[in-house]
Design a protein around this ligand. Structure first.
Ligand code: CA
Length: 243
């Protein structure tokens, strides 16, 4: 059920990696996953950074092919990427891979410094705060709880819930259904001009790109608004709502 369109922003949805948590923290997390997997395989003689670079290349290649497609568990993609790297370097990936991955994300993930303030301020303004993320449910729950921000979201919508990856419309539509809002009342904030901005705009949501260092300038045209800090979203909503 969608309420009557008030012309005001009633919901702000966020992407997760690169928007709520930093890319830098994610890099440290992935390096520690590799370090732990090598230790378990008895191959701590290998160069962690070299193996990690191959892992990143392999997993981004697998993920690129999944853009907008039907959901398959990310744990399977990540495991497959690590197994391919293991074949190259000669180590085994045991079945504890996903537990290691969840644990490292929980320990090393870092939220942007203004994330908590942004989420809390929006909620205090009566705005629904949601998450729309290409994630497995166990991953996102573990991660948000470790960061202590799980309760700051009114709704969490994953590719696992929607059955599709961004920028497929279904994941955005499901999130709006859960929040009982229309596209004209919704903002989506992300760091990927293709998946986030175009995905949101395709369903009629207002897209906001978080681009702290301006490195995505050549793709800004995909997004309606570009901000350099998360908290700028609060000012944007205040401006649009005249409050
Ligand atoms: Ca992202």
């Amino acid at each position: 059920m969608v309420g009557e369109d008030t012309g005001k922003i009633r919901a702000v949805f966020f992407d997760f990696v690169g928007t709520i948590i930093t890319r830098e923290g994610e890099t440290v997390t992935h390096q520690n996953i590799v370090r732990e997997i090598l230790k378990r395989a008895g191959r701590d003689d290998l160069d962690v950074i070299a193996v990690w670079q191959d892992y990143e290349r392999e997993s981004s290649r697998l993920f690129r092919d999944l853009s907008g497609k039907r959901y398959v568990p990310i744990r399977r993609i990540d495991e497959e990427a690590m197994r391919r790297v293991g074949e190259k370097y000669g180590f085994e990936v045991d079945d504890g891979f996903w537990d290691v991955s969840l644990r490292m994300h929980a320990v090393h993930g870092r939220a942007f410094p203004d994330a908590v303030k942004t989420l809390k301020t929006l909620r205090s303004m009566g705005v629904h705060v949601g998450l729309i993320t290409d994630s497995d449910n166990d991953y996102i729950e573990t991660h948000l709880k470790a960061l202590g921000i799980y309760d700051l979201f009114d709704s969490i919508t994953t590719s696992e819930d929607a059955g599709f990856y961004k920028p497929h419309p279904r994941i955005f539509e499901l999130a709006m259904e859960r929040a009982h809002v229309s596209p004209g009342e919704s903002i989506y904030v992300g760091d990927n001009p293709e998946k986030d901005c175009r995905g949101a705009e395709n369903v009629g949501m207002l897209s906001v790109l978080l681009d702290p260092d301006g490195s995505k300038k050549e793709l800004w045209e995909n997004c309606r608004v570009v901000v350099s800090r998360l908290f700028d979203v609060v000012d944007l909503v205040r401006g649009l709502n005249g409050s």
